[in-house]
Design a protein around this ligand. Structure first.
Ligand code: DGL
Length: 280
């Protein structure tokens, strides 16, 4: 790990994802806290992370966090479930003490998990996520820490992220893959009354997902819970909050070419934005 001195002055809140998915989280955070500055980094050149090994996801995420620190962020949100599942702990334990112990990296699994205790009545939860997140067992472990009585059933949906990233998610064929995984999940546990979308890309598929989820099952899309939890975190940590600038600005960085990034990013955000390519 290279030893870098990071800017001391306050900076934007860093929001990281393997690609576009974190934009769904960023939108909800900005809706709730438009006053802060944000710096989004999508590692689109190396997406998807969801099918990669622990070591690779940790290595990639670690590089991106360091880049966001270099660019002045004191607080970085891993707005990616796969990175939160496979890299967050290692970054907090191994990287932060070496890089700068006053900077913080937070994930999005914990805030999502905190929300479900009051939503499920049957205490049977379904989780739809990338193969990496499912395999990591991070959701069941976090859920059982807070709610030992909740039964969790997971279903990996390896093709959902590529469907979104390639813009194919509006095509007819997508329905087949949506239905396939929802049916498989519900067959594993018919008592599920709450389905967590444990991937930041999935809110883009929400209309399709709703078509195949029986009425009476609540679908939890995590953006709003992450936003509320971040607001609470900033209130409880004034030493971090005072390191976050407040000009209402948002800058977008991608490891891919901007020609590649911009059309899809605009779909995720429902607005036209400017972006810059960054090398790690
Ligand atoms: N956005 C990531 C997540 O929330 C998945 C995308 C990927 O596989 O890279 O898990």
């Amino acid at each position: 790990m290279k030893q870098t001195v990071f800017p001391e002055e306050p900076g934007p809140i860093g929001v990281f994802d393997s690609g576009y998915g974190g934009l769904t989280i960023l939108s909800r955070i900005r809706e709730l806290m438009p006053e802060y500055d944000y710096l989004y980094l999508g590692d689109n050149a190396r997406t998807p992370y969801g099918t990669r090994s622990f070591e690779v996801v940790y290595g990639f995420t670690s590089e991106c966090v360091e880049k966001l620190f270099e660019l002045g962020c004191h607080l970085v949100i891993l707005a990616c479930n796969t990175a939160s599942a496979k890299a967050l702990k290692s970054i907090q334990v191994n990287d932060i003490p070496q890089l700068d112990e006053n900077r913080r990296v937070l994930g999005i699994i914990r805030p999502t998990v905190e929300s479900i205790g009051s939503i499920t009545k049957s205490r049977h939860i379904g989780l739809l996520a990338t193969p990496g997140t499912i395999k990591s067992m991070s959701y069941p472990m976090e859920i059982h820490k807070l709610f030992p009585d909740i039964k969790v059933c997971g279903e990996a949906c390896p093709i959902w992220v590529p469907l979104v990233e390639t813009g194919e998610y509006k095509s007819e064929g997508t329905d087949f893959f949506i239905r396939k995984h929802i049916d498989a999940l519900l067959a594993k546990d018919p008592d599920i009354d709450t389905i967590v979308l444990g991937c930041t890309h999935y809110p883009l598929l929400l209309d399709r997902i709703r078509k195949y989820v029986p009425a009476g099952i609540t679908i939890v899309s995590q953006g709003e819970y992450v936003a509320v939890s971040l607001k609470d975190y900033l209130m409880r940590h004034p030493e971090i909050e005072e390191k976050c600038t407040r000009n209402g600005q948002c800058r977008y960085l991608t490891t891919e070419s901007t020609e590649q990034f911009l059309p899809s990013a605009s779909i995720f955000l429902n607005e036209t934005i400017k972006a810059e390519t960054v090398s790690l």
